[in-house]
Design a protein around this ligand. Structure first.
Ligand code: AKB
Length: 371
């Protein structure tokens, strides 16, 4: 990383981004063996655990929207102590006492390598990233976290023979991509730093797979809707916030136009897809980056479904130009037929089930708060 960029990163007043990456501490990777020093071997190298052993999992950016839920799912399957959540933020008591938690900064290469070595990690789930809207507000931080951080993770995963999952997104497409639906392989010219960094992740991950044998696996997530964790700094976040506001005040002000159609998924489907692709046999993955999809709706359609549960609910629109432009450049729908064919992906939640489950979570929470 050039010094001018280092200085820029340090001198910025950093805002708290979404996916568990608040503050870069030491953006340096230059020591240690890089993937460039690994013998060239395009043949697939299986991870260092046998089929009968449990993987030892590290989740980076673990305090973002998805990490805690994924840790819970993986701990159920592989045992509590085999799944380590990590972040540079302080966890809540609940997170801290529910299983192993460790400080890790993906921009600190040695710190990350030490964690992988000391804990005998075999799977790495790389959730640290700045999302689309917050990335546009702080491009150099997004570049450092989403690109430099990923390089650290790729090199460490390659050196230590890890199975590596990196999420991509609908944001990896742009205005010149087919929008309804976007297939796995098509033109990708995103117009956000988030999208550019995700296309880079897809390409370099696949390159490391073919060049060094890295077991790289990547899913392009749609907008993810979660009940008990909040996203931060995304464009699809309105579809999470609407439930909080509906229960609290019966009203919601939406920053996207009523007819903005985007692909979406309930968090349980997303986390299960992640576990499934991580467990899939290498032979069932002719591709290393797959679209996954569940539903596709507009704010207006979501509001109509909310009204079925809360007849007095009212939505108003106050369009945010930045997020609207981002949404308008993204696919309206995703073609995930390859994931369904190759490794048996299927979603369980469509729009009515999603709204029902979100309402039952939020109403029981608000009842408990008022008890
Ligand atoms: C965002 O809105 O930035 C994310 C995404 C679709 O990747 N939720």
């Amino acid at each position: 990383m050039p010094f001018w960029l280092l200085n820029q990163v340090f001198s910025q007043v950093l805002q708290r981004p979404a996916c568990g990456y608040p503050t870069p501490i030491v953006p340096v990777q230059f020591l240690g063996i890089s993937a460039r020093q690994v013998t060239s071997d395009a043949s697939f190298r299986s991870a260092s655990f046998s089929d009968t052993e449990h993987p030892r999992v590290l989740i980076t950016g673990g305090l973002g929207q998805l990490g805690v839920g994924l840790a819970k799912l993986l701990r159920k399957r592989f045992g509590k102590d085999n799944v380590i959540l990590s972040d540079i933020r302080k966890p809540s008591d609940h997170v801290f006492y529910s299983g192993p938690f460790i400080y890790s900064d993906i921009l600190d290469y040695k710190n990350l390598r030490e964690i992988v070595v000391n804990n005998r990690i075999t799977w790495l789930i790389h959730y640290s990233a700045l999302l689309s809207a917050v990335g546009e507000a702080n491009v150099s931080l997004a570049r450092a976290v989403n690109i430099t951080g990923l390089h650290n993770v790729l090199d460490i995963a390659t050196e230590h023979n890890l199975r590596l999952f990196v999420p991509s997104t609908i944001g990896a497409f742009g205005p010149s991509s087919p929008r309804n639906p976007a297939p796995d392989l098509c033109i990708q010219r995103p117009r956000t730093i988030y999208g550019v960094s995700k296309v880079h992740a897809e390409l370099i991950g696949e390159y490391y797979h073919y060049r060094y044998g890295l077991d790289f696996r990547c899913l392009r997530y749609p907008g993810i809707i979660s009940a008990d964790t909040q996203p931060g700094g995304g464009t699809t976040d309105y579809a999470v916030q609407i439930f909080h506001d509906a229960i609290k005040s019966g009203k919601f002000q939406c920053y996207l136009k009523p007819d903005t159609r985007l692909p979406m998924m309930y968090i349980d489907d997303c986390l299960r897809a992640t576990l499934e692709i991580m467990e899939a046999s290498s032979d069932s993955l002719p591709m290393r980056t797959y679209n996954i999809n569940a539903m596709s709706f507009t704010p207006e359609e979501l509001a109509q479904e909310v009204v079925k549960h809360l007849p007095e609910f009212q939505v108003t629109y106050n369009v945010d130009a930045v997020r609207q432009a981002i949404a308008d450049s993204w696919p309206m729908n995703f073609d995930d037929s390859n994931a369904r064919k190759d490794w048996g992906w299927k979603h369980y939640y469509d729009l009515p089930e999603l709204v029902t489950v979100m309402f039952s979570f939020h109403t029981s929470e608000s009842r408990a708060a008022h008890a």
